[in-house]
Design a protein around this ligand. Structure first.
Ligand code: SIN
Ligand code: FE2
Length: 217
């Protein structure tokens, strides 16, 4: 690990794991703001509710999704894209809450990415059995900005591979409050989530929520 990442006071409760060149797991980084994130999230999904989108191949995604920010990631029969309008409501996506912006910026900075200014947050909601198959995030225009992913609720197994789909992904358990940041040479690494196991989380019950921050525009 690079000692320069720890400028300022070291947090003894924090465990940081390097997943690849440019990719870090910041264990527990969002834990102390979980209540703020959850109350902001409730307001967002009251405006733009979770829905199961359809892939271009015609499959209903097992993960329910919503978005906030200037643009939101959507998929339907005709493809994937970012759009300023939520197709379910016909209105713009809710704005990025201040607490979301703040945790994303601080996590990016901790991983060595200064001045991360996300304009999109994809919100994934998993129930036991839901999964996200291996993919790359490549619908974003700005390749220099990292991806910041905040996990809340039930634990999940994060699959983190390399730049080629054929490279067998490593498996990391993500729990409530964990944050993963990947950018630079790891920006286009394949990643996914293994089928969520049955369980009960004291705050989120039978759910896992993931907030994925991107600079899409
Ligand atoms: C994603 O790749 O969009 C989300 C990954 C996760 O749910 O942790
Ligand atoms: Fe992704």
């Amino acid at each position: 690990m690079n000692a320069d990442l720890f400028d300022g006071l070291p947090d003894l409760n924090l465990q940081q794991v390097c997943l690849d060149d440019g990719a870090f797991l910041l264990r527990g980084f969002a834990k102390n703001v979980d209540a703020d994130l959850m109350s902001a999230l409730e307001k967002v999904v009251a405006q733009s509710p979770f829905r199961h989108m359809i892939t271009p191949g015609g499959f209903r995604m097992s993960v329910a999704m919503s978005n906030c920010g200037q643009v939101g990631w959507i998929t339907n029969r005709s493809g994937y894209r970012y759009d300023v309008i939520d197709p379910e409501t016909g209105r713009p996506w809710p704005a990025l809450p201040e607490t979301f912006m703040d945790i994303a910026r601080r996590a990016a900075m901790r991983a060595g990415y200064e001045n991360f200014l996300p304009d999109a947050c994809l919100i994934n909601c998993y129930e036991p059995g839901a999964r996200l198959s291996l993919h790359q995030d490549k619908n974003e225009r700005d390749e220099s900005a990292p991806i910041v992913s905040v996990s809340l609720g039930l634990p999940a197994v994060f699959l983190f591979g390399g730049l080629s789909r054929t490279l067998r992904p490593k498996r990391y358990q993500l729990v409530h409050g964990d944050v993963v940041v990947w950018g630079g040479p790891a920006r286009f690494n394949f990643h996914g989530i293994a089928p969520l196991l049955e369980g009960y989380h004291p705050i989120l019950g039978r759910k896992r929520i993931n907030l994925t921050f991107r600079k899409a525009l």
